[in-house]
Design a protein around this ligand. Structure first.
Ligand SMILES: *[C@@H]1O[C@H](CO)[C@@H](O)[C@H](O)[C@H]1NC(C)=O
Ligand SMILES: *[C@@H]1O[C@H](CO)[C@@H](O)[C@H](O)[C@H]1NC(C)=O
Length: 495
């Protein structure tokens, strides 16, 4: 029997840790990322996952066979590929299978690391390969090169950094072996059944699953044309409350696409879509030099510290160049986080605060969680002197008030929220009206026992959604959610 079983005893804090040296390839079919992607045609695209999937084929005959290996752009320097192993391992061995094409010579001069996130500052060296990896003539084991890692190659990502200049980083198979050390705090969040909101216009057929399908032909796009949607955004409304560690965004491949630039990514307790102190930023004004090799390019964002929240906002702000035609687009979005709790656990959307408007009855669409202007809305404008008003009984201590609104022009007078407290003292808050068509804007309200809320427009706005976050609600299950619960059931509404 050739079963190799190495038992390692590590003395840690007076405890023996029992680890078994596994013969299982821990990289197979795990999520893979690479710096850029060689795109020959929509089908013949050398995705990162082709390096570690079940389909191993070393040939490339474009007329008959789709190349089944990974490959970065040949025009890029500093290319890399990274496999998410999902758990923390002591990596002991890496095996590489090159290709059976003349470009096999491109695969040389690379360093292998174990790390906590792709291209991390916390990386542990595994192996340096200087010379050309042998040409694969078949997929037999003898054509693989095997590298034994340096000691302490501990990590949950295995990354190969190519140092060989403008050459393909192309792998037909990549196998990784190691000893399980422990579970990782964070993982890829499956948000495909959650909701998203983006300012119009955006590609109407987008489904969230398209952003996790490893398919460059399905992507999110919001166009930032002159005078249209100058502040494009994409907001992911997570169903649960999370601690977010980082994000990996993969760009699109369209001819007009540019680098993922002028980007801000925040995590928030509130649905605010414009730049705000309510948003906790993981990325601020990310603005890489424009390069020609941008197809399927991966942008790695590890937050400097984990950030908690329920809404992930990606927005583009190029205030110095509002006339330029940027495309805001990306094909994949991988969010790494840890679930903290369920903010909906004591929220009953049927019973949340009801609103009505002067001439029309109850406006349930204001509370339906549908933000898009293609859904229901109604026009509030100063000329008609109409308003939305809710009477709150018992009173509510509103912490944050959010309105999603749309307007036709680039500049518009604002929206006024008037809050009446239990002593009939009124206080007005003015939200800027310059939403560049459509945004969710939130206002922090000082401690007040509000008995009535009224919304009026000083210009003309279509109101799509209203959300009220109550101060100091202690959720029985998750204390952490204190400030983010929608107003819910126990309140009685009178008109
Ligand atoms: C490997 O790449 C580095 C960085 O580009 C370069 O300095 C070095 O000369 C290369 N070594 C070989 C053997 O190609
Ligand atoms: C990628 O998506 C396109 C469009 O939905 C689809 O036609 C194609 O089959 C997908 N490719 C793969 C490999 O799933």
């Amino acid at each position: 029997m050739l079963v190799k079983c190495v038992i390692i005893f590590i003395l840690t804090a007076g405890k023996f840790l029992f680890v078994k040296n596994s013969q299982v390839n821990i990289a197979r079919n795990r999520q893979a990322f690479q710096s850029t992607t060689r795109v020959y045609s929509p089908d013949d695209t050398s995705y990162a996952y082709r390096a570690n999937d079940d389909n191993i084929n070393i040939h490339h005959l474009p007329q008959t066979v789709i190349f089944q290996c990974s490959a970065t752009s040949a025009y890029e320097t500093g290319s890399w590929i990274s496999i998410d192993l999902g758990k923390i391992y002591l990596i002991t061995k890496v095996m590489v299978l090159s290709r059976d094409t003349n470009r096999y010579k491109d695969l040389k001069n690379f360093t292998i690391y174990a790390e906590d996130f792709p291209k991390s500052t916390k990386r542990n060296f595994c192996y340096y390969k200087e010379n050309i990896v042998k040409r694969a003539l078949s997929t037999a084991l003898s054509y693989y090169e095997t590298y034994d890692c340096a000691v302490n190659a501990i990590g949950s990502f295995l990354t190969v950094d190519h140092l060989a200049g403008t050459k393909y980083l192309s792998l037909c198979d990549l196998q990784v072996f190691g000893d399980f050390i422990k579970e990782r705090d964070y993982d890829i969040i499956d948000y495909t059944n959650n909701k998203f909101y983006a300012g119009t216009p955006f590609n109407p057929n987008l489904q969230l699953s398209h952003l996790m399908d490893n398919n460059l032909t399905t992507f999110f796009r919001s166009r930032n044309e002159e005078n249209i949607n100058k502040l494009p955004f994409f907001r992911l409304d997570l169903e649960y409350y999370y601690e977010i560690y980082g994000l990996i965004v993969v760009g699109a491949t369209s001819a007009n696409s540019k680098e993922f630039s002028f980007m801000y990514i925040s995590i928030s307790d509130y649905p605010q879509t414009m730049k705000s102190t309510l948003n906790k930023y993981c990325v601020e004004n990310f603005n890489p030099a424009q390069t020609s090799y941008k197809d399927g390019k991966s942008y790695i964002f590890k937050c400097s510290q984990p950030i908690r929240g329920q809404y992930i906002l990606i927005h583009m702000i190029d205030e110095n160049d509002v006339k330029s035609k940027h495309f805001f687009e990306f094909s994949e979005l991988f969010v790494y986080g840890r679930k903290i709790g369920n903010p909906n656990s004591n929220r009953n959307t049927k019973d949340i605060v009801a609103m009505h408007e002067s001439s029309i009855d109850r406006k349930s669409f204001l509370l339906d969680g549908i933000y898009i202007s293609r859904g229901s809305s109604f026009e509030l404008n100063q000329v008609n002197n109409n308003y939305v008003r809710a009477t709150l009984s018992p009173p509510i201590d509103i912490k944050v008030f959010c309105i999603t609104a749309n307007h036709a022009g680039t500049v518009n007078n604002g929206i006024r929220i008037t809050i009446k407290d239990i002593s009939n003292v009124q206080k007005a808050y003015l939200l800027s009206g310059n939403y560049r068509y459509e945004q969710t804007v939130c206002e922090i309200i000082p401690e007040t026992q509000a008995s009535q809320i009224e919304i009026t427009s000083l210009g003309s706005h279509a109101i799509l959604e209203v959300e009220i976050f109550e101060r100091g609600i202690i959720s029985t299950k998750f204390k952490i959610m204190t400030q983010i619960i929608h107003v819910y059931s126990s309140k009685n509404i009178s008109y």
